[in-house]
Structures are given as C-alpha cells and as structure tokens.
Design a protein around this ligand. Sequence first.
Ligand code: ADP
Ligand code: ADP
Ligand code: ZN
Length: 242
Amino acid sequence: MVARVEPPLYCILLGPPGAGKGTQAITLSQDLGLIRLSTGDLFRENIAKQTDLGLRARAYMDRGELVPDDVTIGMVLERLRRPDCAAGAIFDGFPRTAAQARALENALAACEEGIACVLDLEVSHDVLIERLGGRWMCRGCGASYHVSYHPPTVAGKCDECGGELYQRPDDNPETVANRLRVYVEQTEPLQQFYRERNLLVVIDGEQSIEDVQQAMRVAMELARSRRLFQFNTRRAMPPIPQ
Ligand code: ADP
Ligand code: ADP
Ligand code: ZN
C-alpha cells in the first residue's frame, strides 16, 4: 500500500482589526492540525519577554501603526522554519502589506509551495468598533472574548487555559481609529493581490461565531482538496520527455 502524502496547507485570514480572525484561527487550527501563526501574538510574546524585537515593535503597536516590514517578515520566516510548521499554517494578521505578501509568496515558492486560500472576513466599521471596545484577551493563549458577544464562563478567566483576561492597550478608541485607517490604506489592497491569484474567498464576518466558523471550514476543505489535486496530478503527470 502506498502511504498517503498530504502537501502542507497554508491559509491566510484577512480582515480588519476586530473581524474575528483570532477567534476563528484558534478553532480552525485545532480542527485541521495546523499551527496558528499570529504576528500580533508573536509581537506581544516578545514584548512580555522584553526581547529586542519586542522593544522595537512596541512603539509602533502602541500608536496603532504597522511594525516595519523587515522586522515582521524576518520574524515570520524564522517561525516558518520550525518543525511544527511542516504540515502548514494558518496566518492570522499576516501579511498586512504588499511587501509582506510578496515576501511570503517568494519564500513559499522557494520550497515549491504556495498559499491555498485567503479567507477575507468582511465586517462593517461600526460593528468593528463595538467588537474591539468590548474585547478581552487571554494573557496565556491569546484567545479572544467579548463582554456581550462571547463572554467567558468565569469572569476574567480563559475557558481554554484558565489564563487571566485583559483589555489590550491598543484597543482604546484613538488607537483603534488609527488601526482601522492603516488597514484601509495598507492591507485592503491585498484583496486585489489575492483576487488576481484566484485565492480570495470573501466571508460574511457579521454572522454568529459558529456560522462564520462553518463557512470558513467549507472554504478550507475546498482549498485542501484543490491543493491535494494539484499536488497529486503534478506527481502523476510528469512532463512528456521531448
Ligand atoms: P488585530 O487582531 O486587532 O488586528 P493584531 O494582534 O493582529 O491586532 O496586531 C496588533 C498590532 O501588532 C498591529 O496593530 C501592528 O502594530 C502589529 N502587527 C501585527 N501583525 C503585523 C504585521 N503583519 N505587520 C506589521 N505589524 C503587525
Ligand atoms: P481579530 O483577531 O480579527 O482582531 P478577534 O477574533 O479578536 O478579531 O475578535 C474581535 C472581538 O469580536 C472579540 O471580542 C471577539 O470575541 C468578538 N467576535 C469575534 N467574532 C465574532 C462574531 N462572529 N460575532 C460577534 N463577536 C465576535
Ligand atoms: Zn487562554
């Protein structure tokens, strides 16, 4: 019997701050056995450990600006080289600029890999403000909660890991306004970048957490089958020798 070989699966969750990327990425990554690569979480871990990277990133994050591309790309490529990324990854909050998208595309192409799908969560401005204003995040695992829409079972404690919940300093109204502006200017153009590559799937992010989850799962399963087909047919049909 021939062992079944699955190619790695790389998916991107796109969408403005507060769209629900983190909430969905945690469940999807557990279901699919992929790691969740959240650049926001990686920066916050570095800040907590007071590394040089964390010290550099902090000033930008506090202002609601993007951390410079060279720092962000270097951090992601380093993370992708670790063995737990062998099966692929769900990118949450990366890429956020054209330079990041191109760097990721080139890095994957260098190992004959590519992005399988980009799930773009669409949520209106007013709903985003409401979500970020009531967001509480876990210090331990980065899970998101909401005072009204997704409260924890025990106040102030994470359902997943029991960690302490806190309100992110960059979720204050002024910084949120800047982050949403930065999203429109620097990240939204990536919709076109991925649409041109036939990878963009738009998902209505204003549905319930469960309904968004279901829509994303369907899209990811489709992407996985597509990727498997591509992978197998390439192996099964080598070019005809001239
Ligand atoms: P949210 O989930 O609310 O969009 P994140 O946790 O993804 O927020 O990001 C928090 C902050 O970390 C951003 O405002 C930005 O300063 C920084 N950051 C995260 N990802 C990136 C990225 N890919 N490029 C540059 N900066 C980033
Ligand atoms: P992002 O990672 O895109 O910034 P989060 O996953 O942290 O977004 O979600 C932002 C806030 O909105 C959190 O408080 C979360 O509990 C809440 N939230 C996420 N998805 C939904 C949803 N479908 N309906 C209502 N609230 C949601
Ligand atoms: Zn937790």
